[in-house]
Design a protein around this ligand. Structure first.
Ligand code: HAM
Length: 420
């Protein structure tokens, strides 16, 4: 029986993978210029890390985690995101004793048992970064400015930065009371999830996407209008910094984010025209998370972007991402003697950084040339006994059809020096 791929996952094949590699390279280069270093962490962690880190009341922890018992009976979870793991690693590896802030970036797969739709998968790729050890609004501005530059460098169009502040614990406690009062007599007309949110995390009532709920929450008090003095000042400084760096933004009072660790600045880069799952990149501040996970009180801020969504947005912008590389030369041969020479040339070219194709399936010359056609090499050459004996071969430029006679022992040098 045929075995098919699990729902919500996909193979990334040649032709598609080049897009990922291109974006990952631009990302890594840019982040390193901003002083970030790469971190890798495990695909799975103790379940408790996400329960405490991401938060017990979140959709991720309540509904979406891939959790299982290992052979020793420990509860293990496939990472649904990267922030909790980076913070665990920061604490576990004593990074608080290094010069602060610590700037780390990552390139990961993540796992969430979600309802699958366009732009929403059960295994997906995230590029993310975290800054630990700075509570200054300058850190927020630096990150947003960097992201803005990254997206424009890639040529993404129609992506807008939405920012908000969701305050600290102090302002949030007061605000939750205000929300409870506002929604108390409206709950009967709201969805089941909102009834739960009312009890567990009233702030999430603001970002319910269901029409009947968003109509009601439209007139609810907004946290940004009820910040404490210190959170207000932080947000004003972020906005001032964005203005000074000419980073465009929209203040969106309804951005509250679905993960429990956020405080103060939260943001999303939202794309136009890629469907319902239009948040390409999201993040914010999480000043209490290191302490929550057992470290010393350390502020933090970060973001993550979904590569699948970013690629859709780029393609929507008309950007042609790099595709599969074609070989520079295809070396065909007739007979064993010619094969040995052809193999040597192919090997020399390859170790000198040239992409070269040669048949390894003992095919006839006709079949080799048919295969060469499919590989779309820039040049073709055929080596037979006669060519080997006279040290002469014909190289054909497959796009101009031009042919040239060259000595066999000069092929490697000519190709490397691009002097055919
Ligand atoms: P998040 O909003 O859960 O935040 O995910 C960040 C991004 O990952 C989303 O904006 C989206 O592009 C992508 N994404 C999330 N779920 C899926 C999915 N099921 N399929 C495809 N793409 C998806 C976080 O993960 C935080 N850790 C971000 C962060 C870092 N905050 C602070 N530091």
């Amino acid at each position: 029986m045929k075995i098919s791929i699990p729902k919500g996952t996909k193979d990334i094949l040649p032709g598609e993978i080049e897009k990922y590699k291109y974006i990952q390279k631009v990302y890594a280069n840019l982040l390193e210029n901003f002083g970030f270093k790469q971190i890798r962490f495990p695909v799975f962690e103790h379940t408790e890390l996400f329960q405490r880190g991401v938060g017990d009341t979140t959709d991720i922890v309540q509904k979406e985690m891939y959790t299982f018992k290992d052979k020793a009976g420990r509860s293990i979870t496939l990472r649904p995101e990267g922030t909790a793991s980076v913070v665990r690693s920061y604490i576990e590896n004593g990074m608080s004793s290094y010069p602060q802030p610590i700037k780390l970036y990552y390139d990961i797969t993540a796992y969430r048992y979600e309802n699958v739709q366009k732009g929403r998968y059960r295994e997906f790729n995230q590029l993310g970064a975290e800054v630990l050890g700075s509570d200054s609004p300058n850190a927020d501005v630096e990150i947003l400015n960097m992201l803005n530059y990254f997206f424009s460098k890639l040529g993404v169009q129609g992506l807008k930065l939405h920012v908000n502040s969701i305050g600290c614990k102090v302002c949030r406690t007061k605000y939750n009371e205000m929300l409870k009062e506002f929604f108390a007599d409206k709950l009967d007309n709201m969805c089941e999830d909102c009834k739960q949110r009312y009890i567990k995390n009233p702030m999430r009532l603001i970002d319910c996407k269901q029409e009947k709920c968003s109509v009601i929450s439209k007139d609810a008090p907004m946290l940004i209008d009820n910040l404490c003095d210190s959170c207000k000042e932080h947000f004003e400084n972020v906005i001032r910094g964005l203005d000074e760096m000419n980073t465009p933004y929209i203040i969106n009072k309804r951005i509250v984010r679905g993960l429990d660790y956020y405080v103060r600045t939260v943001f999303e880069f939202i794309a136009e025209g890629i469907g319902a799952q239009d948040t390409v990149c999201a993040g914010g501040r999480y000043d209490g998370l290191v302490e929550e996970l057992g470290g010393t009180d350390t502020p933090g801020i970060g973001f993550a972007m979904g590569l699948e969504r970013l690629i859709s947005t780029l393609e929507k912008s008309g950007f042609v991402l790099p595709y599969e590389k074609n070989p520079v030369i295809f070396i065909a041969y007739i007979g064993e003697k010619a094969y040995k020479v052809a193999r040597k040339i192919a090997n020399e070219l390859r170790i000198n950084g040239i992409y070269c194709e040669i048949d390894i399936n003992d095919r006839s010359l006709k079949a080799q040339l048919k295969f060469a056609d499919k590989k779309n090499a820039l040049y073709n050459v055929v080596l037979g006994e006669n060519e080997i004996d006279t040290n002469k071969a014909i190289i054909k430029n497959m796009s101009t059809q031009e042919i040239k006679e060259v000595s066999i022992d000069s092929i490697t040098k000519r190709i490397i020096e691009n002097k055919i």
